[in-house]
Design a protein around this ligand. Structure first.
Ligand code: TPP
Ligand code: SF4
Ligand code: MG
Length: 288
Protein backbone atom coordinates (compact mmCIF):
# COMPACT_ATOMS: atom_id res chain seq x y z
CA UNK A 1 0.00 0.00 0.00
CA UNK A 2 1.53 3.35 -1.01
CA UNK A 3 0.90 6.51 1.00
CA UNK A 4 2.57 8.89 -1.50
CA UNK A 5 6.28 8.62 -0.58
CA UNK A 6 5.84 6.21 2.29
CA UNK A 7 5.22 2.62 1.25
CA UNK A 8 3.87 0.09 3.73
CA UNK A 9 4.86 -3.55 3.07
CA UNK A 10 2.19 -6.07 2.19
CA UNK A 11 4.15 -8.86 3.82
CA UNK A 12 4.66 -8.73 7.55
CA UNK A 13 5.21 -11.23 10.37
CA UNK A 14 2.25 -9.78 12.34
CA UNK A 15 -0.93 -11.76 13.04
CA UNK A 16 -3.96 -10.86 10.88
CA UNK A 17 -6.00 -8.25 12.74
CA UNK A 18 -3.11 -6.98 14.89
CA UNK A 19 -3.39 -3.33 15.94
CA UNK A 20 0.11 -2.75 14.57
CA UNK A 21 -1.33 -2.51 11.03
CA UNK A 22 -3.40 0.52 12.02
CA UNK A 23 -0.31 2.17 13.51
CA UNK A 24 1.97 1.71 10.51
CA UNK A 25 -0.75 2.94 8.11
CA UNK A 26 -1.54 5.99 10.22
CA UNK A 27 2.17 6.76 10.47
CA UNK A 28 2.62 6.57 6.69
CA UNK A 29 -0.37 8.88 6.27
CA UNK A 30 0.95 11.38 8.84
CA UNK A 31 4.44 11.51 7.32
CA UNK A 32 3.08 11.86 3.78
CA UNK A 33 0.69 14.62 4.77
CA UNK A 34 3.55 16.50 6.43
CA UNK A 35 5.33 16.42 3.07
CA UNK A 36 8.32 14.48 4.39
CA UNK A 37 10.35 12.15 2.17
CA UNK A 38 11.52 8.67 3.27
CA UNK A 39 15.18 9.71 3.07
CA UNK A 40 14.50 12.51 5.60
CA UNK A 41 13.13 10.15 8.24
CA UNK A 42 14.91 7.71 10.54
CA UNK A 43 12.95 5.00 12.35
CA UNK A 44 14.64 3.57 15.43
CA UNK A 45 13.38 0.48 17.24
CA UNK A 46 14.46 -2.25 19.62
CA UNK A 47 13.07 -5.80 19.79
CA UNK A 48 9.44 -6.94 19.80
CA UNK A 49 6.45 -7.07 17.47
CA UNK A 50 6.28 -3.27 17.58
CA UNK A 51 10.02 -3.12 16.94
CA UNK A 52 9.43 -4.65 13.51
CA UNK A 53 7.50 -1.59 12.28
CA UNK A 54 10.53 0.13 10.69
CA UNK A 55 10.98 -2.92 8.45
CA UNK A 56 7.51 -2.42 6.99
CA UNK A 57 7.63 1.26 5.99
CA UNK A 58 10.00 3.10 3.67
CA UNK A 59 12.66 5.25 5.34
CA UNK A 60 15.98 4.83 7.11
CA UNK A 61 16.16 2.13 9.80
CA UNK A 62 18.26 1.71 12.93
CA UNK A 63 17.41 -1.49 14.79
CA UNK A 64 18.96 -1.80 18.21
CA UNK A 65 18.80 -3.93 21.38
CA UNK A 66 15.65 -4.59 23.38
CA UNK A 67 14.97 -1.57 25.62
CA UNK A 68 17.63 0.63 24.00
CA UNK A 69 15.41 2.41 21.49
CA UNK A 70 15.58 5.84 23.13
CA UNK A 71 19.33 6.21 23.78
CA UNK A 72 19.99 5.03 20.21
CA UNK A 73 17.47 7.52 18.84
CA UNK A 74 19.04 10.26 20.99
CA UNK A 75 22.48 9.53 19.56
CA UNK A 76 21.13 9.53 16.02
CA UNK A 77 19.41 12.88 16.51
CA UNK A 78 22.59 14.41 17.97
CA UNK A 79 24.63 13.06 15.05
CA UNK A 80 22.22 14.32 12.39
CA UNK A 81 19.81 16.93 13.65
CA UNK A 82 18.41 17.33 10.10
CA UNK A 83 16.68 13.95 10.39
CA UNK A 84 13.12 13.51 11.59
CA UNK A 85 13.67 10.77 14.16
CA UNK A 86 10.79 8.44 15.03
CA UNK A 87 11.48 6.01 17.88
CA UNK A 88 9.04 3.12 18.01
CA UNK A 89 8.60 0.17 20.34
CA UNK A 90 6.38 -1.88 22.58
CA UNK A 91 5.24 -1.23 26.13
CA UNK A 92 7.77 -3.83 27.32
CA UNK A 93 10.62 -2.27 25.34
CA UNK A 94 9.80 1.25 26.49
CA UNK A 95 8.39 0.94 29.99
CA UNK A 96 10.13 -2.22 31.31
CA UNK A 97 13.56 -2.89 29.79
CA UNK A 98 13.87 0.72 28.63
CA UNK A 99 12.08 2.36 31.56
CA UNK A 100 15.16 4.20 32.78
CA UNK A 101 15.81 5.63 29.31
CA UNK A 102 12.18 6.75 29.06
CA UNK A 103 12.63 8.99 32.12
CA UNK A 104 15.87 10.53 30.95
CA UNK A 105 14.88 11.07 27.32
CA UNK A 106 11.97 13.14 28.66
CA UNK A 107 14.24 15.11 30.99
CA UNK A 108 16.68 15.82 28.15
CA UNK A 109 13.83 16.82 25.85
CA UNK A 110 15.38 15.18 22.81
CA UNK A 111 13.58 16.34 19.66
CA UNK A 112 12.14 12.96 18.66
CA UNK A 113 8.71 11.38 18.41
CA UNK A 114 8.26 8.26 20.51
CA UNK A 115 5.44 5.89 19.50
CA UNK A 116 4.64 3.13 21.99
CA UNK A 117 2.50 0.21 20.84
CA UNK A 118 0.70 -0.34 24.13
CA UNK A 119 -0.76 -3.87 23.92
CA UNK A 120 -0.30 -4.58 27.63
CA UNK A 121 1.72 -7.76 27.01
CA UNK A 122 5.13 -8.91 25.85
CA UNK A 123 3.74 -9.95 22.46
CA UNK A 124 6.80 -11.33 20.68
CA UNK A 125 7.69 -13.66 23.53
CA UNK A 126 4.13 -15.07 23.66
CA UNK A 127 2.02 -12.81 25.82
CA UNK A 128 3.61 -12.53 29.26
CA UNK A 129 2.43 -9.71 31.53
CA UNK A 130 4.05 -6.33 30.87
CA UNK A 131 4.23 -3.22 33.08
CA UNK A 132 1.00 -2.12 31.37
CA UNK A 133 -1.06 -5.24 32.16
CA UNK A 134 -4.12 -4.43 34.23
CA UNK A 135 -4.41 -5.95 37.68
CA UNK A 136 -5.86 -9.46 37.54
CA UNK A 137 -4.77 -10.17 33.95
CA UNK A 138 -3.99 -13.88 33.57
CA UNK A 139 -0.94 -14.64 31.42
CA UNK A 140 1.74 -17.34 31.29
CA UNK A 141 3.77 -15.50 33.93
CA UNK A 142 0.77 -14.38 36.02
CA UNK A 143 -1.43 -17.52 36.26
CA UNK A 144 -3.16 -16.10 39.34
CA UNK A 145 -3.63 -12.70 37.72
CA UNK A 146 -1.23 -9.76 37.54
CA UNK A 147 -0.83 -8.25 40.99
CA UNK A 148 1.53 -5.31 40.31
CA UNK A 149 0.32 -1.74 39.92
CA UNK A 150 0.23 -0.95 36.16
CA UNK A 151 2.73 1.67 35.01
CA UNK A 152 1.11 4.95 33.97
CA UNK A 153 3.27 6.38 31.15
CA UNK A 154 1.18 9.51 30.65
CA UNK A 155 1.17 10.51 34.32
CA UNK A 156 4.93 9.85 34.45
CA UNK A 157 5.61 11.94 31.35
CA UNK A 158 3.44 14.82 32.57
CA UNK A 159 5.12 14.69 35.99
CA UNK A 160 8.50 15.05 34.24
CA UNK A 161 7.12 17.99 32.22
CA UNK A 162 7.42 16.21 28.86
CA UNK A 163 6.79 18.61 25.98
CA UNK A 164 4.05 16.60 24.25
CA UNK A 165 2.03 13.80 25.82
CA UNK A 166 -0.71 12.03 23.87
CA UNK A 167 -2.63 8.80 23.59
CA UNK A 168 -4.41 7.39 20.57
CA UNK A 169 -6.07 4.16 19.47
CA UNK A 170 -4.84 1.84 16.69
CA UNK A 171 -8.48 1.21 15.71
CA UNK A 172 -9.00 4.88 14.79
CA UNK A 173 -6.47 5.66 12.06
CA UNK A 174 -7.80 9.18 11.42
CA UNK A 175 -7.33 10.13 15.05
CA UNK A 176 -3.94 8.46 15.25
CA UNK A 177 -2.65 10.14 12.07
CA UNK A 178 -3.79 13.53 13.38
CA UNK A 179 -2.06 13.02 16.75
CA UNK A 180 1.09 11.72 15.05
CA UNK A 181 1.28 14.76 12.80
CA UNK A 182 1.07 17.07 15.80
CA UNK A 183 3.69 14.99 17.64
CA UNK A 184 6.15 15.07 14.71
CA UNK A 185 5.66 18.82 14.33
CA UNK A 186 6.25 19.39 18.04
CA UNK A 187 9.78 20.64 18.82
CA UNK A 188 11.03 18.38 21.62
CA UNK A 189 10.23 14.95 23.04
CA UNK A 190 6.76 13.79 21.98
CA UNK A 191 5.19 10.68 23.49
CA UNK A 192 2.32 8.98 21.67
CA UNK A 193 1.09 5.97 23.61
CA UNK A 194 -1.13 3.94 21.27
CA UNK A 195 -3.77 1.54 22.58
CA UNK A 196 -2.96 -1.44 20.38
CA UNK A 197 -5.07 -4.58 20.49
CA UNK A 198 -3.01 -7.78 20.45
CA UNK A 199 -5.60 -10.16 19.02
CA UNK A 200 -3.56 -13.25 19.89
CA UNK A 201 -2.48 -12.78 23.50
CA UNK A 202 -4.68 -10.07 25.00
CA UNK A 203 -8.35 -11.08 24.98
CA UNK A 204 -9.33 -8.32 27.41
CA UNK A 205 -8.21 -5.07 25.79
CA UNK A 206 -9.81 -5.77 22.40
CA UNK A 207 -10.97 -3.37 19.67
CA UNK A 208 -14.48 -3.62 21.12
CA UNK A 209 -13.19 -2.93 24.64
CA UNK A 210 -11.63 0.34 23.47
CA UNK A 211 -14.34 1.37 21.00
CA UNK A 212 -16.92 1.44 23.75
CA UNK A 213 -14.69 3.41 26.13
CA UNK A 214 -12.47 5.93 24.33
CA UNK A 215 -13.42 9.59 24.08
CA UNK A 216 -11.41 12.38 22.49
CA UNK A 217 -10.05 15.09 24.77
CA UNK A 218 -9.44 17.29 21.73
CA UNK A 219 -13.22 17.43 21.18
CA UNK A 220 -13.95 18.33 24.78
CA UNK A 221 -15.02 21.96 25.22
CA UNK A 222 -12.81 23.82 27.67
CA UNK A 223 -10.03 21.23 27.85
CA UNK A 224 -6.77 23.18 28.07
CA UNK A 225 -3.72 21.09 27.12
CA UNK A 226 -1.35 23.62 28.69
CA UNK A 227 -2.91 22.94 32.11
CA UNK A 228 -0.52 20.42 33.65
CA UNK A 229 -2.66 19.60 36.70
CA UNK A 230 -5.73 18.93 34.54
CA UNK A 231 -3.68 16.74 32.17
CA UNK A 232 -2.27 14.76 35.09
CA UNK A 233 -5.75 14.18 36.53
CA UNK A 234 -7.05 12.94 33.13
CA UNK A 235 -4.08 10.59 32.77
CA UNK A 236 -5.47 8.54 35.68
CA UNK A 237 -8.86 8.02 34.06
CA UNK A 238 -8.99 4.34 33.06
CA UNK A 239 -12.20 2.35 33.27
CA UNK A 240 -15.60 2.90 31.70
CA UNK A 241 -14.19 5.98 30.00
CA UNK A 242 -10.66 6.23 28.60
CA UNK A 243 -9.41 9.58 27.25
CA UNK A 244 -7.42 9.80 24.02
CA UNK A 245 -5.96 12.87 22.31
CA UNK A 246 -3.30 15.40 23.27
CA UNK A 247 -3.20 15.56 27.06
CA UNK A 248 -0.40 18.05 27.54
CA UNK A 249 1.83 20.30 25.44
CA UNK A 250 4.52 22.79 26.42
CA UNK A 251 7.57 24.25 24.64
CA UNK A 252 10.97 24.11 26.34
CA UNK A 253 14.58 24.03 25.05
CA UNK A 254 15.51 20.74 23.40
CA UNK A 255 18.74 18.80 23.92
CA UNK A 256 20.21 19.99 20.60
CA UNK A 257 19.49 23.64 21.49
CA UNK A 258 22.25 23.40 24.10
CA UNK A 259 24.85 22.65 21.39
CA UNK A 260 24.86 25.67 19.12
CA UNK A 261 27.35 24.24 16.60
CA UNK A 262 25.20 21.20 15.80
CA UNK A 263 22.06 23.31 15.48
CA UNK A 264 23.71 25.35 12.72
CA UNK A 265 25.43 22.44 10.95
CA UNK A 266 24.56 18.82 11.85
CA UNK A 267 27.52 16.86 13.20
CA UNK A 268 27.56 14.48 10.22
CA UNK A 269 28.00 17.44 7.85
CA UNK A 270 30.88 19.05 9.75
CA UNK A 271 34.46 18.88 8.54
CA UNK A 272 36.70 16.49 10.41
CA UNK A 273 39.24 19.28 10.90
CA UNK A 274 40.23 18.36 14.41
CA UNK A 275 43.35 16.38 13.59
CA UNK A 276 45.65 18.49 15.74
CA UNK A 277 43.32 18.30 18.71
CA UNK A 278 43.12 14.52 18.45
CA UNK A 279 46.92 14.33 18.17
CA UNK A 280 47.28 16.44 21.31
CA UNK A 281 44.86 14.22 23.21
CA UNK A 282 46.59 11.04 22.09
CA UNK A 283 49.92 12.53 23.09
CA UNK A 284 48.70 12.81 26.69
CA UNK A 285 48.08 9.07 26.84
CA UNK A 286 51.15 7.95 24.92
CA UNK A 287 53.36 5.60 26.88
CA UNK A 288 57.15 5.92 26.61
C1 TPP B 1 17.71 -7.70 26.87
C2 TPP B 1 16.60 -8.57 26.39
N1 TPP B 1 15.69 -9.03 27.27
C3 TPP B 1 14.67 -9.79 26.84
C4 TPP B 1 14.55 -10.12 25.54
C5 TPP B 1 13.40 -11.01 25.10
N2 TPP B 1 12.34 -10.20 24.53
C6 TPP B 1 12.28 -9.95 23.21
S1 TPP B 1 10.93 -9.06 22.78
C7 TPP B 1 10.42 -9.02 24.40
C8 TPP B 1 9.16 -8.34 24.81
C9 TPP B 1 8.55 -7.47 23.79
O1 TPP B 1 7.41 -6.85 24.35
P1 TPP B 1 7.02 -5.39 23.90
O2 TPP B 1 8.19 -4.51 23.96
O3 TPP B 1 5.82 -5.00 24.67
O4 TPP B 1 6.70 -5.55 22.35
P2 TPP B 1 5.52 -6.37 21.63
O5 TPP B 1 6.12 -7.63 21.16
O6 TPP B 1 4.43 -6.58 22.63
O7 TPP B 1 5.13 -5.46 20.52
C10 TPP B 1 11.30 -9.67 25.23
C11 TPP B 1 11.10 -9.81 26.69
C12 TPP B 1 15.51 -9.63 24.63
N3 TPP B 1 15.41 -9.86 23.32
N4 TPP B 1 16.52 -8.87 25.09
S1 SF4 C 1 1.23 -11.54 18.90
FE1 SF4 C 1 -0.13 -9.80 19.27
S2 SF4 C 1 1.20 -7.96 19.01
FE2 SF4 C 1 2.24 -9.72 18.06
S3 SF4 C 1 1.66 -9.62 15.89
FE3 SF4 C 1 0.24 -11.05 16.93
S4 SF4 C 1 -1.52 -9.76 17.50
FE4 SF4 C 1 0.19 -8.38 17.05
MG1 MG D 1 3.81 -5.16 24.18
Amino acid sequence: MAEQGFVVSRETAWCPGCGNFGIVRALAKALSELGLKPQEVLFVSGIGQAGKLPHYISGNVLNTLHGRTLPTATGAKLANSDLTVIAVGGDGDGYAEGGNHFLHAIRRNVDITYIVHDNQVFGLTKGQASPRSDRGMVTGTTPLGAYNEPFNPLATAITLNAGFVARSFAGDQEHLARVLKAAIQHKGFALVDVLQPCVTFNRINTYQFYRSRVYDLDQEAGYDRSDRQAAWARSWEWGERIPIGIFYQVERPTLTDHFGDIVDVPLVKQELARGELVEELLHEFRVG
